[in-house]
Design a protein around this ligand. Structure first.
Ligand SMILES: [Zn+2]
Length: 110
């Protein structure tokens, strides 16, 4: 299973992420970084308060790992321009699939 969400776009210098909802690039804030090791477990870092949580997991699917069999990573962002700083809104996902590194924005259900 390949992840297929929204495409990742950058600013004119191809360095700053653009928000997948409003297309602005000056107001994204990293909120929660989650690492999904392929061998199991989940590591979550909350950048607002510095808390680090870890927990075991079953299958990658149960852990919500964006990769089916390999390491995965998600970064939850808030956006100043479309909904307020306090709300976690956007999730950038990185997955491995047969040597490919796949990056997308998770599509939100509205
Ligand atoms: Zn936005």
């Amino acid at each position: 299973m390949l992840i297929r969400g929204l495409p990742v776009n950058f600013d004119q210098d191809a360095t700053a992420l653009r928000c997948p909802s409003c297309d602005e690039y000056g107001g994204l804030h990293q909120e929660i970084i989650t690492v999904y090791p392929a061998k199991g477990g989940v590591i979550e870092i909350n950048s607002r308060n510095g808390n680090i949580r870890t927990w075991g997991s079953g299958t990658p699917q149960e852990a919500l790992n964006p990769s089916m069999y390999r390491d995965g990573l998600t970064v939850h962002f808030s956006c100043e321009h479309c909904g307020g700083f306090e709300d976690v809104q956007q999730t950038l996902r990185m997955a491995q699939h047969k040597g490919l590194t796949l990056v997308d924005w998770e599509e939100r259900e509205t």
